[in-house]
Design a protein around this ligand. Structure first.
Ligand code: URP
Ligand code: ZN
Ligand code: ZN
Length: 461
């Protein structure tokens, strides 16, 4: 019997706090030894010479096989997690959207049927409550105990949104049950007013999606959600922050000591409102909510990521084929909201964050892995390289230079919003619980090897 199942040798190990040369010994899916020179027998040796070894990426905001606008997002748990693995991500946390009239138990069952036996990397599941009743409210403690330790509410989207009273009561209930409430913050009434006005003027093209939901729509809702959280002393996590209007609200609350946290996504750091003006309905590729913003927001969002006003980068991966986007040919209101991104997150943030000098390697690890593990109750099982942690690792070659094109990706969709983007640094080997799942751009793992993560209480960071 060999001492190790795998040794990752000769790499530079990077964690949220340290950067050092070490070999990593792995047994039964866990990291069991870290040493400057491991020479014992191992079943498999992965040579990481000249490369970084990061904790596997964690993307805590994905939508696999999600019903939206009369269709479903085009990646399922198999295709979407293959894409994630090929891009250096070893854990996702997906949103189980409650169908009207269903209990949370039934919602979890629907999502577990989509994911169990199909995902190739580990996954957690958030409860996305859309139909709050007294019975549903009373189910929250049990769901949190079973590892669905975060609840998301939409403040907009007809048929899925909740009112302020529901948000307030949910914040209280989730907090007293040891979980974390997340919100999609946009002002429903302002969007509704703007949309009706634009449509009455015959303005139906994709750009009007953005113009119907300006930055103040997001800033107002973000500030309101924060104030509701403060009223009941509950922590709050604001998903997909795009702009100064919302980030300034989070910054102020944090400066005053309130447990408010948030994320942003690569699209809000690298793409802009101008993309909606691409000809031939190409603007539909970028229809997502909240929408892409004026470029002037980019430095504000990058700074928030560096200074921990927002703690992490997720993708909000929610792909639709162009054929599906064409449901909205006649009106931007019918374009399914969402875009792909799960596969490029690590490389985009490394290239435009680390290589461009916006932050260092340790901050890169914090925002792509460690902080998501902490916020969503998976640390230190996930999100670090330490003895006892899951052997979820990505061997990352900082010298690979490439230009993004759809054909190099594994996402089940026919475009990428990042077509033509230059990358410097790319994952070469992704290891999930001690098994290589992706190598040199190819998936080599197993369908169903990913398991549901029973998540614990959030950490405030
Ligand atoms: O446009 C988006 N973001 N679609 C997915 C659902 C959501 O709001 O996160
Ligand atoms: Zn959202
Ligand atoms: Zn989302």
């Amino acid at each position: 019997m060999k001492k190790f199942d795998m040794i990752v040798k000769n790499g530079v190990v990077v964690t949220a706090s340290d950067t050092y040369r070490a070999d990593i010994g792995i047994k039964d899916g866990k990291i069991v030894e870290l040493s400057s020179d491991l020479n014992e027998d191992a079943v498999e040796v992965v040579d990481a010479k000249g490369k970084y070894v990061f904790p596997g990426g964690i993307d805590p905001h994905t939508h696999m096989d999600m019903p939206f606008g009369g269709t479903f997002s085009s990646d399922n748990f198999k295709t979407g997690t293959i894409a994630a693995a090929c891009g250096g991500t070893t854990t996702i946390v997906d949103f189980a959207v409650q169908p009207k009239g269903k209990s949370l138990k039934e919602t979890a069952k629907i999502w577990r049927e989509k994911s169990d036996g199909k995902a190739v990397i580990d996954y957690g599941i958030h409860m996305n409550i859309t139909d709050m009743t007294e019975d549903v409210m009373n189910e929250i403690p049990e769901m949190i105990k079973e590892g669905y330790s975060s609840v998301k509410l939409f403040m907009t989207y007809e048929g899925m949104r909740v009112d302020d009273g529901t948000l307030l009561r949910t914040l209280m209930k989730v907090n007293e049950s040891g979980g974390l409430t997340c919100v999609h913050a946009e002002n429903y009434y302002a969007i509704d007013y703007n949309t009706k006005k634009l449509l009455s003027e015959g303005k139906t093209e994709p750009i009007y999606h953005a113009l119907s939901r300006p930055d103040l729509v997001e800033g107002e809702a973000c500030g309101r959600a924060i104030k509701l959280a403060r009223m009941v002393n509950a922590p709050l996590f604001v998903v997909h922050n795009t702009c100064e209007a919302s980030i300034s609200e989070i910054a102020r609350a944090r400066a005053e000591g309130y447990p408010i946290m948030g994320e942003t996504c690569p699209q809000y750091l690298l793409l802009s409102e101008d993309n909606y003006r691409e000809p031939d309905f190409n603007g539909a590729k970028y229809v997502m909510s909240p929408p892409l913003r004026d470029k002037k927001n980019w430095p504000v969002v990058w700074k928030a990521l560096k200074d921990n006003t927002v703690q992490l980068v997720a993708t909000d991966h929610c792909p639709f084929f162009m054929k599906q986007k064409e449901l909205g040919k006649e009106s931007f209101t019918k374009i399914p909201n969402g875009a792909p991104g799960v596969e490029l997150r690590m490389s985009l943030i490394y290239t435009y964050g680390v290589v461009d000098g916006k932050f260092d390697l340790n901050r890169f690890v914090q925002v792509t892995s460690t902080n998501a593990a902490k916020v969503y109750g998976m640390y230190p099982q996930k999100g670090t390289i330490a003895v006892g942690s899951d052997a979820d690792l990505v061997v990352f070659d900082p010298n690979i230079e490439t230009t993004v094109t759809q054909s190099m990706l594994h996402e089940n969709v026919d475009y990428t919003p990042y077509e033509g983007f230059k990358l410097k640094g790319y994952p070469v080997t992704t290891i999930s619980k001690g098994n290589v799942v992706a190598k040199d751009g190819k998936f080599v793992g197993k369908e169903g090897a990913g398991k549901f993560i029973v998540r614990k209480a959030p950490m405030m960071i």
